[in-house]
Design a protein around this ligand. Structure first.
Ligand SMILES: *[C@@H]1O[C@H](CO)[C@@H](O)[C@H](O)[C@H]1NC(C)=O
Ligand SMILES: *[C@@H]1O[C@H](CO)[C@@H](O)[C@H](O)[C@H]1NC(C)=O
Ligand SMILES: *[C@@H]1O[C@H](CO)[C@@H](O)[C@H](O)[C@H]1NC(C)=O
Ligand SMILES: *[C@@H]1O[C@H](CO)[C@@H](O)[C@H](O)[C@H]1NC(C)=O
Ligand SMILES: *[C@@H]1O[C@H](CO)[C@@H](O)[C@H](O)[C@H]1NC(C)=O
Ligand SMILES: *[C@@H]1O[C@H](CO)[C@@H](O)[C@H](O)[C@H]1NC(C)=O
Ligand SMILES: *[C@@H]1O[C@H](CO)[C@@H](O)[C@H](O)[C@H]1NC(C)=O
Ligand SMILES: *[C@@H]1O[C@H](CO)[C@@H](O)[C@H](O)[C@H]1NC(C)=O
Ligand SMILES: *[C@@H]1O[C@H](CO)[C@@H](O)[C@H](O)[C@H]1NC(C)=O
Ligand SMILES: *[C@@H]1O[C@H](CO)[C@@H](O)[C@H](O)[C@H]1NC(C)=O
Ligand SMILES: *[C@@H]1O[C@H](CO)[C@@H](O)[C@H](O)[C@H]1NC(C)=O
Length: 859
């Protein structure tokens, strides 16, 4: 009997459906169709409005009078009443203002409204949303709303799903957040991603919560323990709330059987993860990176596939993780894990592992050679540990490897041929690798980063390297490469930003011609045996920021045409065979950004370049940030360097990064003659001025007193005469002064910094009085105690031929009174990096997956 009823019922439903589909009645009420059309007409269609959608589609395009609105794309009507109850316009390319008078609010029966991934150009969210009291689903995710979310939203007490996040300019006062949680008692899915809540989390909220996304919402205080007892909780994302304190219950929690996704990246979690974690039997993805976690890991996560624990203080043997059998991503970088990697060889259950990051731990020993279970590995990151031995061949054989980072270990032996054709990043720098560059590395269609510096790689750079059409950073610094620079390098592709071949044994001329559409920022050929001239086509490198041709054998006149490069900040031609005068045209904007000009140790002659000094706009400003030096703060520190060699304060600094404030002119060791032009005093940003070892004559210009941030002044070994201008006492930043070996006379100025300089600053002058400087000079000192030349003791005489050593001795003489805070010097770069320029590593992957989640949350 029951059975008959059932069949009858099914037949009935079938017939009903048949009836509806065969002859669709005109269901849609006219006023609702009109409202929808009016709504449609408020917006333009622009694919950019749905930028983050995998595929977007202009649903409203074919809405028109001639068809029933219930059949329009994205519109759903109640089958019985014909009322519009559902409007799904996600990823519909809508762009324009969403006004309070929008006709959409006339659709009073709406249950589901999805406007996510459109662009309502910073419209306010109208309080009228609060009148759509039938709504169970409201999705405004990433739709370009801005301003304060009206409290009326909490009138929508039937809501199951509320997604307002994903827009950067929304906020919700603390009071409204509490109201919202309290009144929306049916909520299952709440997404306030990036909404400024600046609030604590109240503990009075819907017990149905399954998905809660509060990424970067300015949460404070303690996470209510109630969360851990929500029996339906599946996904909890509280990441990027550094002031939110999280403490896990130490006993089994009720959520633990349902929770699949837990993201606590960068929250305030201090201490250990309790063993109660072992009850998280469903969790597939866990991110607790950057969370100050301590201690060894004593818990098991049997279902875990994606695990981020990087940047904590975790410790214990790395082999612990071999018990997690389902891992796809394991990111443990920047912790204190130790031990060896042997477990990799018997872990055949890791077939699905794609990303493995053990970087910056204290791992030791070799990578085992008999590993067969990691065939799906895409990223292998083992940098900055104490690993050694040869790189085993299974790594070179991995079929889908994209990123290999073994940098900063002590791996030795050769780099073998790679099987994979999918490499995007190869970081092997700072090891002891030897042998030639493998051919397979030069034949990679998507290789962007090739960083092999500081090894012993030998042989030539084959011109097939120019087949790397995606190459962005090529760093082969400090190896044993020889032969010539491939001519094609300058025109190989438009992506190459950084070319660093410094400190090798490359020879020949620089015959490269650069192509019009290059994007070079850094070209460093320092420390090779290059001959010939500066290639004229460098002028095409519009974005060039650093050009270091120092320590070669280039024989050319001053390439003043480089002054037209608008972004050039660092120019080093030191230690070559440049000759002739340094001339410049009358152009008033030469070298507009230049902050380091190093022409030292060449054969330049003639007068100092007055008209050039008249340009150099960047040196005519004092950086206001001098007290808090800025460092390279971006993600490519270490991968993408602006390194050069400078001399300052009497010391050489090889391959250092530069402070943004470091402004240097070094013209030492040339044959410059004539006077020091007083226009140098206009270059008020100078920190180091070195004109030593030339044949300059005349007086020291008093205008040098304007160089108020000057730290190092070296005018030694010239033919300067006259007195030391008394005004120089005002140079209160001056740490190192060298005026020795000139013809200066008169009293040494007194006071301030001048009281700290010792005899060595003044050695070998004609008639300087007041030495040692502590001794009085002038009207109180009738008998000049000592005049220059000083009687040098034997030791100093011997050092005559090696001024560098004596200079260091000078520095040592200062003891603790002088801090040489120059260990590492950085430049903060203000230039625009293309968005694609990001390190191809876990971080990027993380960002991408986070972005993806943004989508995932929607669907
Ligand atoms: C009206 O919509 C239908 C399909 O929905 C489409 O085929 C037709 O071209 C549209 N007419 C106009 C005038 O846009
Ligand atoms: C749709 O039809 C209504 C009348 O039924 C008319 O007033 C309106 O102008 C039409 N709209 C369009 C876009 O054709
Ligand atoms: C809605 O309001 C905006 C500005 O507040 C106005 O420009 C627009 O014409 C109004 N639209 C309707 C249909 O009243
Ligand atoms: C809570 O929801 C009820 C029912 O819709 C509503 O009447 C009330 O105004 C809401 N309270 C607040 C504070 O929004
Ligand atoms: C968030 O809102 C609070 C006030 O509610 C404000 O003080 C704070 O500056 C805002 N934060 C951001 C990042 O806009
Ligand atoms: C982090 O939590 C600790 C207690 O576990 C607390 O003392 C500290 O103030 C919190 N830090 C922040 C930034 O909230
Ligand atoms: C974790 O699993 C290992 C072996 O799979 C077992 O020896 C250990 O007792 C488990 N630890 C906990 C806390 O469950
Ligand atoms: C190299 O690794 C050591 C630790 O092994 C670390 O201290 C150092 O900062 C790393 N250097 C670079 C350039 O990453
Ligand atoms: C690797 O380092 C260990 C010490 O951690 C040392 O005992 C071993 O000899 C090294 N092996 C090689 C090949 O350098
Ligand atoms: C490099 O590209 C050229 C032409 O594009 C091709 O003939 C040559 O075989 C390539 N070299 C390698 C090593 O793939
Ligand atoms: C530079 O080249 C010229 C010829 O072009 C040559 O006469 C001169 O000797 C060279 N200078 C040095 C220092 O080698």
């Amino acid at each position: 009997m029951d059975c008959v009823k059932l069949v009858f019922f099914m037949l009935y439903t079938f017939l009903c459906q048949l009836a509806f589909s065969s002859s669709p009645p005109h269901l849609c009420p006219k006023d609702q169709a009109l409202a929808l059309l009016q709504f449609k007409n408020m917006f333009t269609i622009n694919p950019d409005a749905s930028y983050y959608c995998d595929s977007s589609h202009p649903r409203t395009l074919f809405w028109n009078n001639s068809t029933d609105c219930c059949s329009w794309d994205g519109v759903h009507c109640d089958k019985m009443t014909g009322q519009v109850i559902e409007l799904d316009l996600h990823c519909s390319q809508l762009q324009g203002k969403f006004h309070s008078n929008s006709s959409l609010f006339q659709l009073s029966n709406l249950k589901r409204l999805d406007l996510s991934f459109n662009d309502f150009t910073e419209s306010l969210i109208s309080p009228k949303f609060g009148e759509s009291s039938s709504l169970t689903h409201l999705d405004l995710f990433d739709s370009g709303f801005a301003g304060i979310i009206p409290s009326e939203i909490s009138h929508l007490s039937k809501l199951h799903v509320l997604r307002i996040g994903g827009q950067y300019k929304l906020s919700l006062g603390p009071h409204n957040f509490e109201l919202l949680l309290k009144n929306l008692t049916q909520l299952r899915d709440l997404n306030l991603w990036d909404v400024n809540l600046s609030s604590t989390i109240p503990s009075n909220f819907s017990s149905h919560l399954a998905i809660l996304t509060l990424y970067n919402t300015g949460l404070r205080g303690l996470l209510p323990e109630r969360f851990f007892h929500l029996t339906d909780l599946e996904s909890l994302d509280l990441s990027f709330n550094p002031q939110l304190t999280v403490r896990f219950p130490t006993t089994k929690w009720n959520s633990s059987a349902s929770l699949m996704y837990l993201n606590l990246y960068n929250v305030n979690f201090t201490g250990r993860i309790p063993e109660s974690f072992s009850h998280l039997t469903a969790v597939q993805e866990l991110d607790m990176s950057h969370s100050n976690l301590l201690g060894p890991i004593l818990w098991n996560l049997t279902s875990i596939e994606i695990l981020y624990l990087n940047n904590n203080h975790l410790e214990g043997p790395i082999s612990h993780f071999s018990r997690f059998k389902k891992l796809k991503t394991l990111s443990l970088g920047n912790n204190n894990f130790d031990g060896r990697l042997e477990f990799l060889s018997f872990n055949r259950s890791w077939m699905q592992l794609e990303i493995l990051d053990f970087s910056s731990n204290s791992l030791t020993g070799p990578i085992p050679s008999n590993v067969s279970g990691l065939q799906n590995l895409r990223q292998l990151i083992l940098s900055s540990s104490h690993l050694n031995g040869t790189i085993p061949s299974w790594i070179f054989d991995l079929p889908s490897l994209r990123l290999l980072d073994l940098s900063n270990n002590t791996f030795s032996g050769k780099i073998q041929e790679f099987k994979s054709k999918t490499l995007a990043g190869v970081y092997l720098y700072q090891n002891q690798l030897e042998g030639p560059l493998p051919n397979s590395l030069l034949n990679q269609p998507i290789l962007m980063f090739l960083l092999l510096s500081h090894n012993s790689i030998s042989g030539q750079i084959a011109s097939t390297i120019c087949n790397l059409t995606m190459l962005t950073v090529l760093n082969l610094r400090s190896n044993n490469l020889e032969g010539t620079i491939p001519q094609c390098l300058g025109e190989m592709n438009e992506n190459l930003w950084s070319l660093d071949l410094s400190n090798n044994s490359l020879s020949g001329t620089i015959d490269t011609t650069f192509s019009i559409r290059n994007s070079f920022r850094v070209i460093s050929l320092h420390g090779n045996k290059l001959t010939g001239k500066v290639p004229p086509s460098l002028i095409i490198c519009t974005y060039l920021t650093l050009l270091d041709l120092g320590n070669n054998q280039l024989n050319d006149t001053f390439p003043n045409w480089l002054g037209d490069l608008p972004y050039l900040k660092i120019l080093s031609l030191r230690s070559n065979k440049f000759h002739g005068p340094v001339k410049s045209s009358r152009n008033t904007n030469l070298f507009p950004q230049l902050q380091i000009m190093d022409l030292s140790s060449n054969g330049f002659s003639g007068n100092l370049p007055i008209s050039l000094f008249g340009n150099l706009q960047a040196m005519k400003k004092i950086d206001v940030n001098t007290r808090t030096p800025q460092y390279v703060s971006d993600q490519f520190a270490g991968y993408y360097d602006y390194l050069t060699t400078i001399t300052t304060k009497g010391q050489d600094f090889e391959s250092v990064q530069i402070f943004a404030t470091n402004i240097i002119i070094d013209l030492s060791r040339n044959r410059f003659e004539g006077h020091i032009p007083s226009i140098i005093g206009d270059l008020v940003g100078l920190r180091t001025l070195n004109l030593s070892h030339n044949v300059l004559e005349g007086h020291i210009p008093a205008s040098l007193q304007n160089l108020s941030v000057l730290e190092s002044l070296d005018l030694s070994s010239n033919k300067l005469d006259g007195e030391i201008p008394q005004q120089l006492v005002s140079l209160t930043s001056l740490e190192v002064l060298n005026l020795s070996h000139n013809h200066l006379v008169g009293c040494i100025p007194k006071g301030k910094q001048f009281d700290t300089f010792e005899n060595n600053s003044y050695l070998r002058n004609d008639g300087l009085r007041g030495l040692p400087p502590s001794r009085d000079c002038g009207r109180y000192d009738r008998v000049p105690q000592s005049t220059i030349p000083l009687e040098l003791d034997q030791e100093e005489e011997e050092e005559e031929d090696s001024p560098m050593i004596s200079w260091q001795a000078v520095l040592m003489g200062y003891g603790c009174g002088l801090v040489i805070g120059l260990s590492v010097i950085y430049i903060m770069w203000s230039t625009q990096y293309p968005a694609w320029f990001s390190r191809m590593d876990v971080k990027l992957e993380h960002i991408i997956t986070t972005r993806m989640k943004k989508h995932k949350k929607r669907y």
